[in-house]
Design a protein around this ligand. Structure first.
Ligand code: SF4
Length: 749
């Protein structure tokens, strides 16, 4: 007889509740949205429904692979770990800890095990060479939030359920389902803004699905969002519309921003942006005069040369219009289980510090302990300078595919081939892991427990939802956290046969001690031993999660607040718990040394000069931008047939005027060339893209030797990151520039 199980979709930031129908033999018979889910209320997108096909995918790895005589061969877990133990520690011994790099892919954050245990592995490894997908995505927003509010995840979220006016730049939530904005069913939420006579304005070089559902859309020349945003700031000050209200007493730097904005009058930037000065001034007025309003910028505003400036200006607008931290504005969620760096003494903190070390070749600063992934290839393929440190020798990738997801994929692919050793934790042999010496697969997403502790820190409502694994895990496949602890034991020099449970208790004790240290006099009067004892009966990520929940703002405080949350409370509520709408949190949320909102942080002010020089640019060549697609989840879901069937989706969108000028025909291939590389891709002529802009979605390019993704190979598409230039970055965040890359287009003869 079929059974019903509930879980949270682990594929994107929307955290939709899923209802699974499970057959007698553990097979998934159906997936649909959980109508009782307190947050998503039945919403589901095609990706969530495809988890059934992912579960059944015969290409998904179930056993470790080890390279023998050049070929990846299935082996036992013990053989795989023995090989890692044989090869990795000697490399560390001979070349030092920094000779090994780690790359964390986007799915790491959607997996409770990897999200909590990656840091354990990194600490034991002791390398300064950490790379993640954040520097091809949202790092500029985290940098601006860190500098303004004091913590990397203190990112204000548009209160879409109550706002009267939403101005979105570089965001396409109808395809992405929200990003740095956890909000299932964004289409429905946007529709409701309009139904209550509010207004939705979209700024994007493409007329995206989101733009089609907005009241107003403006094309903008790629890479000029910061100019437009500064012009809006200018117009608001110019017309005396600034109304920070109660925020003023909690903010420093307003006059500095006012002075900086003088150079960015709408009339000075209109040619560069492609949006007329009158429209800019009207948009500024409507934003400032709306009863409530929120400005929201996402990936398009981050993956560009002025990413941090654009991210900062989004929140400058939210502050000077008085919309930060009030209902209907941009607000700070209060998650039930928060990361420790957003905890600490309410109202002030140490703020953020960057550049504690630098990349070896280009000398770029670390940001939140990461180096820009745009430097990964050069860190492998550039020999040591005389007397200087050597290149990377080994790489550990966890749920990542940098060979497709990061700029100048061609160079990185060649670099990966030259490594002495590579280990990947992944469920596919993909464009990256095909280079690995050992691949360690994990349980499928439906064989894992789930709690989105990172994403609930970015949610439009305060919610909490824990799901135990809806399907039984193959007993031969260890949970990811155990795999990561065995790797940790290896790099710590203790070998793969260490007592993992003892190791895990040690990890839990360290986490408890951190919590205790954050609260003078112990955790609600209990010392670390007492707290750890209270968590007995749980292990792995569940023990750490229970700790975070119980010590968190809604927690039971280990008995001090008997009605408070524990993991057991969430286990009894399979559809989640609604903790209410977002509430004002200033000044308590601030962690800056001044205890204020830093509206004009020094590193950002220093970067404005670079933007000033860009005011007179009027691009005359073609530039490349990306494109988010509803049925794509970056690169890794293209082996799921329901998501790739139908007409070719990896196409180059070109405006009809450009197509005519360049001799390009709809459906025919074009050759696209940049400084970094060249690809051929079919053209789709459409008025939905701005003249002068070509749009190619990322995550494709599965036509390479050695991958074991049979469905993806039949729908390979083209890797747009072969064109992205690894030398172009946003200097403050190290984020790659993936939008606004100069390219040439020619027809394929
Ligand atoms: S919107 Fe995201 S979380 Fe929801 S079903 Fe789709 S992929 Fe899953």
């Amino acid at each position: 007889m079929a059974a019903t199980a509930y879980t949270t979709c682990p594929l994107c930031e929307a955290t939709c509740g899923l209802e699974l129908t499970v057959g007698d033999e553990g097979q998934v018979l159906g997936v649909r949205g959980d109508r009782q889910d307190v947050f998503s209320q039945g919403f589901i997108c095609p990706k969530g429904a495809s988890l059934k096909a992912l579960q059944a995918d015969p290409d998904r790895l179930r056993r470790p692979l080890l390279r023998r005589n050049g070929a990846l061969t299935e082996v036992s877990w013990d053989e795989a770990f023995a090989e890692i133990d044989r090869r990795l520690p000697p490399l560390l011994e001979q070349h030092g800890r920094d000779a090994v790099a780690v790359y964390l892919g986007n799915p790491v954050v959607h997996n409770l095990s990897t999200a909590l245990y990656a840091r354990v592995l990194l600490k034991a490894l002791g390398t300064r060479n950490l790379y993640t997908a954040s520097t091809v995505d949202q790092m500029p927003k985290q940098v601006s939030a860190g500098l303004m509010f004091g913590a990397m995840l203190s990112v204000p979220i548009p209160d879409v359920d109550r706002t009267d006016h939403l101005l979105m730049l570089g965001a396409n939530p109808l395809a992405s389902n929200g990003s740095l904005l956890t909000a299932p069913d964004m289409r429905g939420r946007l529709r409701k803004i309009r139904e209550r006579a509010g207004k939705v304005v979209v700024i994007d070089p493409r007329r995206s699905r989101t733009a089609e559902h907005a009241d107003e859309h403006h094309f903008i020349r790629p890479g000029t969002d910061a100019l437009l945003l500064f012009a809006l700031v200018h117009a608001i000050f110019d017309e005396g519309l600034e109304t920070p209200g109660g925020l003023a007493e909690h903010t420093v730097g307003i006059q500095t921003v006012r002075a900086l904005a003088r150079d960015f009058a709408p009339e000075q930037v209109e040619d560069a942006c492609g949006i007329g000065a009158e429209d800019i001034r009207r948009m500024a007025r409507e934003l400032a005069l709306a009863p409530s309003a929120a400005v929201y910028g996402r990936i398009g505003t981050c993956t560009q040369e002025f990413g941090t400036l654009a991210s900062w200006l989004v929140d400058v607008l939210n502050v000077i219009t008085g919309n930060l931290d009030r209902p209907g504005g941009a607000m700070f969620p209060l998650a039930a289980a928060a990361q420790s760096n957003s905890r600490g003494t309410p109202g002030h903190g140490r703020g953020v510090t960057f550049g504690r070390w630098r990349s070896r070749v280009r000398g770029l600063p670390e940001v939140f302990s990461e180096l820009p992934v745009a430097t990964l290839a050069e860190e492998i393929d550039t020999p040591a300078a005389p007397g200087g440190p050597g290149p990377l020798r080994a790489l550990v990738t966890i749920a990542g595919n940098p060979a497709v997801s990061t700029p100048n994929s061609g160079r990185l692919t060649r670099a990966l081939e030259s490594l002495d050793f590579m280990v990947s934790l992944d469920v596919y042999v993909n464009e990256t892991t095909r280079h690995a010496d050992v691949i360690l697969p994990g349980p499928s997403p439906l064989e894992r427990s789930h709690y989105d502790f990172a994403l609930y820190q970015l949610a439009v409502r305060n919610v909490a939802n824990y799901s135990p694994p809806p399907l039984e895990r193959d007993p031969d496949t260890p949970p990811d956290w155990e795999t990561m602890l065995r790797l940790t034991a290896i790099v710590a020099g203790q070998g793969p046969d260490s007592d993992i449970q003892a190791f895990d208790r040690f990890v839990a004790m360290q986490a408890v001690q951190r919590e205790v240290a954050m609260q003078d006099g112990g955790l609600h009067g209990r010392d670390a031993d007492e707290v750890l004892t209270a968590l007995d009966g749980r292990r792995g990520p569940e023990r750490l999660l229970d700790l975070m929940l119980r010590a968190g703002p809604y927690g039971d405080a280990f008995g001090a607040r008997p009605d408070g949350l524990t993991l057991a409370t969430l286990e009894a509520e399979p559809h989640g718990i609604d903790l209410g709408p977002l509430r004002p949190r200033i000044p308590e949320v601030l962690r800056t040394p001044s205890g204020k909102i830093e509206l004009a942080p020094e590193p950002i002010v220093a970067d404005v000069e670079r933007l000033r020089a860009a005011r007179t640019r009027t691009g005359n060549g073609m530039v490349l931008i990306g494109r988010r697609q509803l049925r794509s989840n970056n690169s890794w879901m293209h082996n799921v047939e329901p998501l790739v069937r139908g007409k070719e989706r990896c196409t180059a969108h070109v405006h009809p005027d450009d197509a005519a000028r360049l001799g390009l025909a709809d459906g025919a291939p074009a050759r696209v060339r940049s400084r970094a590389g060249m690809v051929e891709v079919p053209v789709e002529v459409t008025e939905n893209v701005m003249p002068g802009v070509v749009s190619i979605p990322h995550g494709w390019g599965h036509d390479v030797d050695g991958i074991r993704m049979s469905v993806a190979r039949e729908h390979p598409g083209t890797n747009s990151n072969l064109l992205a230039d690894e030398t172009l970055i946003d200097p403050l965040s190290g984020n790659a520039v993936l939008n606004g890359i100069p390219v040439e287009l020619t027809p394929v003869a």
